[in-house]
Design a binder for this molecule. Sequence first.
Ligand SMILES: Nc1nc2c(ncn2[C@@H]2O[C@H](COP(=O)(O)OP(=O)(O)OP(=O)(O)O)[C@@H](O)[C@H]2O)c(=O)[nH]1
Ligand SMILES: [Mg+2]
Length: 331
Amino acid sequence: MALNLTPEYFEAERKYRQAQSPADKLAALEQMLRAIPKHKASEKKQADLKRRISELRAAPKTAKKGAQVDPYHIEKQGAGQVLLFGLPNSGKSSILGALSKAPVKITDFPYGSPLPVPGMIYHEDAPIEMVDLPPVTADHMPPGMTNALRNADALALVVDVGAASVLEDIDTLLALLRDKGITFDAQDEQASEDADDALDVGPKGLILCTKVDLPGSADNLEVLRELRSGPPPMLPISAVTGEGLDTMARMLFEMLDMIRVYTKLPGKPADKEKPFVLPSGTTVGELAREVHKDIAERLKYARVWGTNVFDGQQVHASHVLADRDIVELHA
Ligand SMILES: Nc1nc2c(ncn2[C@@H]2O[C@H](COP(=O)(O)OP(=O)(O)OP(=O)(O)O)[C@@H](O)[C@H]2O)c(=O)[nH]1
Ligand SMILES: [Mg+2]
């Protein structure tokens, strides 16, 4: 019988191989155990994972002493992880500060944020993890940041559009990323003609032209729009007035390519409190697995309200769900 390992499992396994510290190894093993399909064929592998987890847990003292905590290793949450990447004082912390309760440090002097700070922002009811990074300069990127940049689901480049140097600042950020092998070319027009390839290559990104409330920013923005067209797209925002922040959250959610699905019990209203946030293309069967492995195993059919179905239409496990669908699982 095949193990049928999922992409989540392989992702966790990759993290395990890359893990430097026992704490990271433990986190990755736990993630592997959560992601491994629970059936007869995987029992041996499950037992092996459990053994390795308990071994690591049993040795916390020695592990902790020598363990190096990597501040750039931030557990992914929500629909995806978006990093705020920018020059000193560009307004990164203010963006996350305006949209979340994350303990960011907003300062009127540069280098106010020595360490990354994660927080949750929302597109409607969909949580997106946003990480406020320490600043970079043309000749300095803090050690450890590269991995975080490569692992992120999307990058938000932050530039102060009130500054006369804004075009140069964008080039500086793009050059720093290019230097680490991170380019946005996959999103340019030519690459997206071949949509299948474009999906998996290159990071997703957005340039946040912040501080649009400042005098001079409108002129600068106009110049930017005339002079640059390539990816990633630019979005004017202000952490002070809130302009563009809703659009930013929506664009990020769309970039992350996830859907929200609500479950309901027969005869009861849908649980609209907390959507399941799942990759686009998720089927009813995959949703069932997220809900509970027993339900997945015993699933007979589902009823769906939403897109491409009539209300309450009966569908099979292979039915592909759409954003905002409501699903009633029948096991
Ligand atoms: N007018 C205006 N000022 C802003 C805006 N966003 C940030 N600022 C100001 O810009 C300065 C820097 O803001 P931060 O959010 O700390 O910038 P940062 O990029 O996190 O800075 P470092 O972490 O030091 O690199 C502060 O004085 C903020 O009040 C904005 O949208 N409009
Ligand atoms: Mg900051």
